[in-house]
Design a protein around this ligand. Sequence first.
Ligand SMILES: NC(=O)c1ccc[n+]([C@@H]2O[C@H](COP(=O)([O-])OP(=O)(O)OC[C@H]3O[C@@H](n4cnc5c(N)ncnc54)[C@H](OP(=O)(O)O)[C@@H]3O)[C@@H](O)[C@H]2O)c1
Length: 235
Amino acid sequence: MNLKGATALVTGGSNGIGLAIAKTLIDGGCKVAVTGRDEKRLLTAARSIGASPIHADVAKEADVLRTYKEVLQQFGHLDILINNAGFGVIKPLVEMDLASFEKVFATNVTGAMLMAREAAKHFIERKSGNIVNIGSTAAVRGAAKGTAYYGSKFALRGMTECWRAELRQYNVRVILVNPSEVLTDFYATAGLPQNKENPTKLRGEDIAHAVRAVLEMDDRGFTIETTVFATNPKE
Ligand SMILES: NC(=O)c1ccc[n+]([C@@H]2O[C@H](COP(=O)([O-])OP(=O)(O)OC[C@H]3O[C@@H](n4cnc5c(N)ncnc54)[C@H](OP(=O)(O)O)[C@@H]3O)[C@@H](O)[C@H]2O)c1
């Protein structure tokens, strides 16, 4: 697709990987709306890259419906959904509390489904569209303490395959992008240590580059899944 003049919606576009993707799409000529729950951070981030802010939580159905209302009012139509909003709780199975588990699934799985559902209605009508789900290497192999987060990303990968099977006939490309470790606030939010200065680890821009590349392929084809590794990461 040609990004020039296209319209995109990036969930969790107020920080980290989502913000980098939004900036890259704007650099490529897209009009972009970004969502997030922390309004102050959202407004600052959107202003910094020239995106339209939409204060919304993907886990709340009313917010999702309002998000599409606002996007379509502003842009007239939508070409690209980037389902990026997500976070992790990393705990052993025997310590997993129901509230944490359900919170992770509410954003990473239910939220992604609600966002994709509304995009799909629009894309089916237009017989065109792109859904890029930001998965993880946690979507392709399990690990200790991964019940909630890895489980949610496996679910996202499964939904990606279902949506692809349903939507190809309407020329809708459904793509999964799996980052390995990226230097963002994700680790801090999950209560995990991460050296943000490590030059050998991936940056949000690297994932944004991969997303732009898969989108820019001619519409006759698409990369169904792509995984991004750091070349030689050192702790
Ligand atoms: N960093 C990594 O190593 C890594 C690796 C693989 C995959 N990923 C995936 O990449 C995606 C982005 O993560 P990141 O590393 O960029 O983390 P981040 O820097 O913490 O950014 C997460 C973004 O998602 C938003 N968000 C979280 N929950 C939301 C909700 N319910 N509704 C709307 N927005 C929400 C956050 O804003 P608010 O909190 O203000 O809502 C923020 O803008 C996630 O899906 C994550 O699982 C990250």
